[in-house]
Structures are given as C-alpha cells and as structure tokens.
Design a binder for this molecule. Structure first.
Ligand code: AMP
Length: 121
C-alpha cells in the first residue's frame, strides 16, 4: 500500500490539524486520542511516512526503529503509566483491515490509568 499524504496523522505532523501534544522529538510525535477508550489513551506515531508496522519494520532505519520504541517508553514515563512510574499500560498496534486499522499511518495506542481488561474483544 502506498502512503497517503492526506491521512489525518500526516496532516497533524504537518501542523495542518491540531493535536493535544504530549511529546515530540526527532523520531516521534505523541498526542491524546480524540476518542479515548480508556482513562488514558494516547497515540505515538513515527515522523516518517510509514503505512503500518510491516512497512515500518521493512523500510525504517535502525535509528527510526529505536527512536519509536524509546519514544513509547518516554511517553509512558511522562504519563506515569510505565511500570517504574505507575501501574503499567498496554501498547497496541492495529495493522490492516483485519487488524482494524483506520488511519494509514503507523501508530501505537497506549492505554492505561486503569486496568485495561481483556486482550481482545
Ligand atoms: P486505528 O483504528 O488503530 O487506526 O486507530 C485510529 C485512532 O485514531 C482512533 O483511536 C481514533 O480515535 C484516533 N484519531 C482519529 N483522528 C484523530 C485526531 N484528529 N486526533 C487524535 N486521534 C485521532
């Protein structure tokens, strides 16, 4: 699948649409999900143009991959949901149609602030 430059997260990255930002560095942007499913529900996205996790795994540089994973942990610490600062959280990635992915720019959901519940509904 080719990357759609007009997807909503691409627009957020370009500053064309606002977001409630939590954290940003050279590799990631993190912001609150507009339709939270748990007490804390945030998104962490790479700054690079990657459709999904498979695209990212195949095509991202080592620095981008490291940057995204570190970014997730930084955000979890900032929100005090990491195991060392809080009570833990769930990181989830939807991939493609069967995975339930709606926005075609890779994003990790982080859920926390309460017990997240069953693995799959
Ligand atoms: P997914 O189904 O994994 O693609 O999840 C897409 C997520 O993006 C959903 O949880 C939406 O609520 C969220 N979302 C869509 N538009 C926005 C937006 N403008 N700002 C923040 N979150 C958004």
């Amino acid at each position: 699948m080719t990357y759609d430059n007009n997807n909503i997260f691409a627009k957020i990255l370009r500053g064309e649409i606002p977001c409630e930002k939590i954290y940003e560095d050279d590799y990631v942007l993190s912001f609150y999900d507009i339709n939270p499913q748990k007490k804390i529900h945030v998104l962490v996205i790479p700054k690079g143009k990657y459709v999904d996790l498979d695209d990212f795994s195949h095509n991202a540089s080592s620095n981008e991959i490291t940057g995204l994973l570190k970014g997730i942990s930084i955000v979890a610490q900032k929100l005090r949901i990491s195991v060392d600062t809080g009570k833990g959280y769930r990181a989830l990635v939807n991939i493609g149609e069967h995975g339930g992915q709606e926005v075609p720019h890779l994003h990790f959901h982080l859920f926390g602030g309460e017990k997240v519940g069953g693995m799959v509904q």
